[in-house]
Design a binder for this molecule. Sequence first.
Ligand SMILES: Cc1cc2nc3c(=O)[nH]c(=O)nc-3n(C[C@H](O)[C@H](O)[C@H](O)COP(=O)(O)OP(=O)(O)OC[C@H]3O[C@@H](n4cnc5c(N)ncnc54)[C@H](O)[C@@H]3O)c2cc1C
Length: 264
Amino acid sequence: MYDVIVIGDGPAGITAALYAKRRNLNVCIISKRESGLKKAEKIENFYGFPDGISGEELYNNGIKQAQKLKIENIIDEVVELKFSGNFEIETVNSKYEAKAVILATGVNRNVPQIKGIQQFEGKGISYCAICDAFFYKGKDVAVLGSGNYAIHEAEQLKPIVKSVTILTNGEQIIENRNIDVSVMKKPIREFRGDSKIKEIEFEDSSVKQINGVFIALSIASSNDLARTLGARIENNHIVVNSNMETTVPRVICMWRLYRRTITN
Ligand SMILES: Cc1cc2nc3c(=O)[nH]c(=O)nc-3n(C[C@H](O)[C@H](O)[C@H](O)COP(=O)(O)OP(=O)(O)OC[C@H]3O[C@@H](n4cnc5c(N)ncnc54)[C@H](O)[C@@H]3O)c2cc1C
């Protein structure tokens, strides 16, 4: 059992872990190591680097700084958080327990640019299997995504719904996982319906009837993870107070990407 688990190892996650360690807390970082910083060719707006520094080097320096303090850094992908007095952090390969969780997973990914997604949000388009699966009991649903997170969401849905289809929208499904649901790799043209989603039209003009679609692109974002814990999300931002605390006790957000709402 850790005192704190930090999810993410970019500038926000490493900073949070350093501070936790210096408070003598038993802290661990879990991250997939895909920091946005690694893509930045040169960072010139940070204090202390008169000639700039490559994003990759700055990122690696952060990792080294954490290693120097002997902070455990696990490379894995978090797919679910659960709360039952303490937090259970489920990754692709294992499970961990902590008294507190810091979400430092970086920028939320974009919603896919497929016609109909925004129109049917809350009307058949969902972003959280564990939250909404029950509404689709005995119904036909799809999961949009092609990575571990999509497979995890499909597995959550399977015991409850009538059928689950993974829609990869033209991408290859992750190869190293055994999956027991049908997969459609065709690119999607549009989601259609009336007051609720009813069908998916593919680029080849074929159509599939559907009752619900769960968006699970890329890896689980902080919004996705916070949502599974029941934290309040507004306009695609996690609601936090002036201490960056979410509406769930002991779940804290890092960095400037989250909405700051004074709730008390
Ligand atoms: C091309 C580019 C250029 C940029 N240039 C600049 C610049 O010049 N100056 C500047 O100030 N900023 C720049 N940025 C922005 C900067 O990279 C980000 O502001 C910074 O990286 C945010 O830090 P973070 O710790 O919040 O998130 P990130 O650095 O993105 O780190 C998040 C970490 O969380 C991990 N993670 C996410 N979800 C999960 C999960 N479910 N399970 C496990 N791990 C997970 C990711 O793998 C990643 O390692 C640039 C970004 C890009 C993409």
